[in-house]
Design a protein around this ligand. Structure first.
Ligand code: SF4
Length: 169
C-alpha cells in the first residue's frame, strides 16, 4: 500500500485507542491527510473495555462518542482496522511503511443487522471481555464498535458455519 500527497505528507497514526484517535483527529482537523491504523476490528482500544477511565473517570462511551462524532465528520482520516505495521523504512519526512491487512470476512456493505451472528453456531473466547466468556464467531466487537461492521472469526472459514453466514447475509 502506498499513500502520498503532493506538498503535504500523509500522517500515519499507529494504534486506534483513544490516544491514537485523538492524535489522528487533531492532525486531520489541522488539514492533514491521516491514516489511522488499528490491529483490532474496532477503534477505542483499552478505553472501550473499561468501566470508567482517567482523568475525569468518565464512562468510555463519553470520550469515545465525542471522538467518533469528530471522526465521522472528518474526511481527512482514513481508518484501517485489522491492519498492522510490518515494516518501516526511511527517515523523518520520508517514511515508507508496509501494512498487513487481516481479513474481516465482512465487507464495507455490512449494515450490522446481526443475521450472520444468528446463523453461526460456533463460539469463540470474547476478546472484548479479555476472553473470560464466549461469544458467537460472527460478532460485533461491542455496541459502539467503529466501524460498525461485524467480524467473522477465521476459525469459521472453511466450516459449514461460513456458508450459513454467507447465506444469511
Ligand atoms: S448478515 Fe452479518 S455481515 Fe451481513 S449485513 Fe448483517 S451483520 Fe453485516
Amino acid at each position: 500500500m502506498s499513500a502520498q500527497q503532493t506538498g503535504s505528507p500523509v500522517v500515519l497514526v499507529v494504534g486506534g485507542g483513544i490516544s491514537g484517535m485523538t492524535a489522528a483527529l487533531e492532525a486531520a482537523e489541522c488539514g492533514r491527510q491521516v491514516i489511522l491504523v488499528e490491529r483490532s476490528p474496532t477503534l477505542g482500544g483499552r478505553t472501550a473495555l473499561l468501566y470508567r477511565y482517567f482523568p475525569k473517570m468518565c464512562h468510555p462511551t463519553c470520550g469515545l462518542e465525542i471522538n467518533l462524532r469528530r471522526l465521522r465528520a472528518n474526511r481527512n482520516v482514513r481508518v484501517l482496522t485489522m491492519a498492522e505495521v510490518t515494516a518501516v523504512k526511511g527517515s523523518a519526512g520520508h517514511y515508507e511503511v508496509t501494512l498487513k491487512q487481516h481479513p474481516r470476512y465482512v465487507n464495507e456493505k455490512c449494515t450490522a443487522c446481526g443475521d450472520c451472528a444468528r446463523a453461526v453456531s460456533a463460539k469463540i473466547r470474547n476478546p472484548f471481555n479479555y476472553g473470560l466468556d464466549e461469544i458467537g464467531a460472527a460478532y460485533l466487537p461491542h455496541a459502539m464498535a467503529y466501524p460498525p461492521r461485524y467480524v467473522i472469526d477465521p476459525s469459521v472459514i472453511g466450516t459449514p458455519d461460513a456458508q450459513k453466514a454467507k447465506d444469511a447475509c
